[in-house]
Design a protein around this ligand. Sequence first.
Ligand SMILES: [Cu+2]
Length: 379
Amino acid sequence: MASHSAHQRPRPVETESAVFAKVAALLLGILVAVLGFFSLLMWADAREARDSAAPPAAATSDIAAAHNTALPLNSFAGVVPENAQELAAAHKPYDATLPPIPAGDLVKVHMTLEDLTVEIAPGVKYNTWAFDGHGAPGPVVNVREGQTVEMTLTNGGSIPHSIDFHAARIAPNVAFKDVAPGDSIKFRFTASDPGVFMYHCGTKPVLAHIANGMYGAIIIQPKQALPKVDNEYVLVGSEWYLNGDGIEEPASLDFAKARARLSDWVTFNGYANQYVTHPLTADPGETTRFWVVAAGPTNNVNFHVVGGMLDRAWVNGGLTNPPQTNVQTVIVPAGGGGVFDVKLGAEGLYPFVSHAFADVDLGQVGLLKIGNPKGTASH
Ligand SMILES: [Cu+2]
């Protein structure tokens, strides 16, 4: 092959079409540069508008105004302080253990509603409206089919609230009506439908009241008992929409983000990843029953146990029908519940997740620790 230095080729004469092509390329270059300059200006403008946007509304009175809040919305997804790991370890997890069924025909449940600041992720504080000092979720109500539940709700908060039991066949305008601050309401219903159900505040806008933590699980065990299992845990899935990162000062609800479904944290029992740091436990060969409620306000829980099968799955509450068997993933719809039996033989760390993985990323994952395994899970 000839090298450039050895054989200098004669410079070709440029044809008319080559000259035209060069001029066209030059003009195109100028056009691209001009367009680029203007788009840079527009980008800077949009950025400034976003950064200077007023923080979205938190109080109920501002919720109507927030309906008009324009996009884009600020995300605080996954934002934690530097010592998050330490804080996660120190956090006392919500006790997921199924409480015992009270004796007698009448079960009296008394919840006081209060405004309470709680942690929803390591170092992330949030102003909730909380049932019975629990933050979120509220206490688990566990009864047997045929018992009568007498519910008393006392409103210790600053605005009206209410309580709506999905397990109750009752006139909602009577039982689920708004209770003014300082007042109480008392009503009874028969636990007639076995299953796992959601309860929540039904005061408008319901989206805001649920997003602020006003939900919990009520379980009605069937008269004819389910197959006996070794461990029973209650998981309430929910998501949080923050108007700040909640680190320096507590965050409140960003209603516009709740409407746009832009969650910052997604949790089991109100706190991101708490059962990763503090796993639920079982022994090898044991069967574990998960009572799962998807409180939302909007997200489903796509329940799945990594490394296992849902050996028995009672879908969406009803425990009167036979369970599905050997299922991989079951959707628990927002406002619904499911019961899942999982038998795991080998020692290990088995993640339970909502298999909508954006939600895992934001904290809706826990571990079921079988025995005393070495090493860690890959999820
Ligand atoms: Cu409420």
